[in-house]
Design a protein. Structure first.
Lengths: 215, 216
């Protein structure tokens, strides 16, 4: 990218360089939203795994207990036959994210859901091995905890003292979830969910991968 | 189903500001000073050119003849820090580099400084841009980039013309590719937090201090 320098004397130009794209979609009226919620809530507490304390507090389908084989298994929640349409619609959003970012198409791979009740939270993490990650909220009570992203350029700012909150000094950015919201972000961006104050906060999380080996 | 258009956030951007100072009253003096400066030598980052950065405590802009230029640049620094939301920064060290044809500056950043600046009092047409490196490059090991966009670029080139001043955070890596012009002069400077000025006696604030130099 080439910057354009203003021609007039003493004119100033600002460049907001190297931003990180976070994209928010509203899928609130999706026809399958209710079905997704019902399916999530049909899993019994015994089958879902509780997050270890170093990861957070809440229930997840990331690993679940299969009552037939009596073993723990992983499964891609969005791969269920009944979610074919909503998965494709989310994939369309991921496609647009990739186009906006100039990335080769990334397809949804691993997907799982999280159920957070009061005090539920997820500690800071990123999604290694993935390109774009997403969090879809099929249901959230009002006042559910935000997803919080940590600035990737916080590390080098050791010589700065911030005295005013601007987009250049922000070390965190919060997105308050609403029912039907889909948030897409680069998988390398550290994020967490704060302690939940509401009774119910449902999330489907997913990772993606490129389908071509190289460009 | 086609959902409504998404809401985009370009999160955590890095602020770089440029000013056009062409025709500044000090422009001719500063070119003359650079061309007649005695204490120049080689710097490990500068190839195919000279540098007045010899001791690491250079005060080129502290010369009495350049006080107006210092004040202009300090004012630009103030505007930058206000806009960025960081503490005021005071110009501390300053030096110049000259590049001839094929001259380069290796990628580097300015440790122990808050914001840095590069002012080009003279740059022939064809002078190579200042290249700024994305701090996010290291994070993109899984990405397959097919098109350059504002969200994935690895560098940004700021064109260099006579009179351009560029201010950027000191932690931002930057460099110059082999220069295509015969003459490209740059005055670079670092800053300290204004609040730390009391600890560093060599740094002057010419807005409130009298100049001690005997240079005329």
């Amino acid at each position: 990218m080439k910057a354009t320098i203003p021609e007039e004397q003493f004119r100033k130009a600002d460049y907001l360089l190297f931003p990180t794209l976070v994209q928010v979609w509203n899928l609130e009226d999706h026809a399958d939203q209710k079905l997704v919620v019902e399916t999530m809530e049909s899993f019994s507490d015994e089958t879902l795994m509780k997050w270890p304390v170093d990861i957070g507090k809440g229930k997840t389908s990331s690993r679940y207990f299969d009552v037939v084989s009596k073993t723990h298994k992983t499964a891609n929640f969005l791969d269920r036959e009944e979610f074919k349409i909503i998965k494709q619609d989310i994939q369309n959003c991921v496609d647009e994210y990739c186009m906006t970012c100039g990335l080769e198409q990334a397809v949804i791979a691993k997907s799982w859901f999280n159920i957070q009740e009061e005090d539920g939270h997820v500690n800071e993490h990123r999604h290694e091995l993935s390109i774009v990650s997403g969090a879809y909220y099929p249901y959230c009570d009002k006042d559910s905890a935000p997803i919080v992203f940590t600035s990737p350029v916080l590390g080098p700012k050791m010589a700065e003292v911030h005295n005013n909150a601007t987009e250049f000094t922000a070390d965190k950015m919060e997105f308050v979830p609403k029912t039907g919201m889909l948030v897409l972000f680069p998988s390398w961006l550290y994020h967490r969910s704060l302690y939940n104050k509401s009774k119910k906060r449902l999330t489907i999380s997913f990772n993606t991968h490129h389908i071509k080996v190289d460009k | 189903m086609r959902p409504p258009e998404p809401y985009h956030v370009g999160a955590f951007p890095t602020l770089v500001s440029t000013w056009n100072l062409k025709g500044h009253p000090c422009e001719e003096i500063v070119i003359d000073m650079i061309e007649n400066w005695k204490d120049v030598g080689q710097h490990r980052l500068v190839k195919g050119g000279d540098s007045s950065y010899i001791t690491g405590d250079e005060q080129f802009l502290g010369d009495k003849r350049l006080v107006d230029l210092w004040k202009t640049m300090q004012s630009c620094c103030d505007t930058y820090t206000e806009e960025a939301g960081i503490d005021y920064a005071l110009i501390s060290t300053s030096w110049f580099n000259t590049l001839g044809q094929g001259g380069t500056v290796e990628a580097h950043r300015h440790e122990r400084s808050v914001i840095s600046g590069a002012y080009y009092p003279y740059a022939e047409e064809g002078s190579n841009p200042l290249m700024l490196e994305s701090p996010l490059q290291a994070l993109r090991m899984n990405d397959c980039i097919i098109k350059s966009t504002n969200f994935n670029r690895y560098d940004m080139d700021v064109p260099v013309h006579q009179g351009v001043l560029v201010i950027f955070p000191s932690w931002l890596k930057h460099y110059v590719k082999p220069n295509d012009s015969k003459k490209r002069y740059v005055i670079s400077f670092n800053t300290i937090r204004l609040a730390d000025r009391g600890y560093i006696k060599t740094v002057k604030d010419y807005r409130i201090e009298k100049h001690e130099s005997n240079n005329t």
